[in-house]
Design a protein around this ligand. Sequence first.
Ligand code: URP
Ligand code: ZN
Ligand code: ZN
Length: 483
Amino acid sequence: MTQQRLLIKNGTVVTATDQYEADVYIVGSTVQAIGKNLSVQLAETLNTTETIDAKGHYLFPGGIDAHTHMELPFMGTFASDTFESGTLAGLYGGTTTIVDFAIQTQGKSLNAALDEWHRKADGNAVGDYAFHLGVTDFNPQTRTEIKDIILKRGVSSFKTFMAYKGALMVDDRQMLGLMDEAGKFGGMVTAHCENGDMIDDLVNQHRTAGHTEPKYHAICHPELAETEATGRFIDLAWQGNHPCYVVHLTCEGALNRVREASKRNQHVNVETCIQYLLLDDSLYEKPGFEGAKWVFSPPLRKPKDQEALWSGIQQGLVHHVATDHCPFCMDQKRMGEKDFSKIPNGAPGIENRFELLYSEGVAKGRISLNTFVDLIATRAAKIFGMFPKKGTIAVGSDADIVIFDPNASHNLSVKAQHMQVDYNAYEGWPVQGKVRTVILRGTVAIDQGGACVGKGFGQYIARAPYNQALFNTPELSPALTKL
Ligand code: URP
Ligand code: ZN
Ligand code: ZN
């Protein structure tokens, strides 16, 4: 069977290190050549090659969102996006690969969690997907599963929760054991860093005082709870000389713990999420129950924390901008109408992350185009063992490419979204720049607002062990090839 051929002409290729005008020639699912005037060299096959003119557009690597929760069973309900609807929404917004969290049910095995997440995603996801494994019960039995999960099942990162006491939280002893075991085989531990006991105590105090509204969620998740846990997590990793990754870091205090660690030459991988860069805790003051839309953990912080995060990006302390996409419809949120601690934690974002980071970051002059690419795709691919298959535009890489129009503008709205949830966390937000076409493994997946692929098109991405050396070597050469 002849492989499909696609030629993207006249675009500006942007990677984490380069920016240049070139044509990109795709054969099958991978990039075959990058160069000027490829159509001349391809003259013989041009009539069987689909051509897209990308003049005036950027060609970015497909976005990677390393923090999503599709169909997550949580707080008595399920996150409202399935792998089908959530990854499709991601594609519409320029995200071609997600790393979702398969979460162990306490008392059950790690493999059972992974099996369950494969059942949900395989044959359903529209975009590509990989898994982290959320370990909620590390014991002698689960310890024995770690090696094969990393080396045979392609899952090289483990998530721990230092919060959600009584549900998902692990203690420091379990954390150390997991770091040791995963470390033997190239696995890395990631953590939701909030002090679960501190939060539990505050929640009890406020419930006893009869406080019910959504804003008490934020009051019960103070900056200090995150700062303390972030420092502790980093110290536990340092103690065993293990790599580590802080998920959804939100605040100045926690970032300062990362900064402190860098003074002893410890490398801490840090993720923040788009909502923490753009939104602040004044949203919890909205009338009635509206603040519930932004009830997630950690909560939104102060404008000074947003500034700290943008600075952290500029200083190279923050490496990935994810979403923690975990949507719940307002009917689900209303489970906590009379008790803030029962509002399902989570919010939508996968469809908006790429355009928002471009608009608020690049278009507003806060970050360069190369930093944008690193934050939206490349660094996550490197940290999580998918580079250079994913996360860049280079010869031999998967042809996951976003054709982006920097001159188009629009406003975000629930009315236009594909995420399966009845609100948009950024309703009315003006966005400069727009995803025009999304190519996943050489196939046009989205074009001008319409989907060209469907259920089951997404593939599972087995990931390699953690390799810190990838961060210290120069980017792959752009490989401008002659055919
Ligand atoms: O509130 C959140 N973030 N919900 C999803 C689970 C988690 O903590 O990541
Ligand atoms: Zn979390
Ligand atoms: Zn999460």
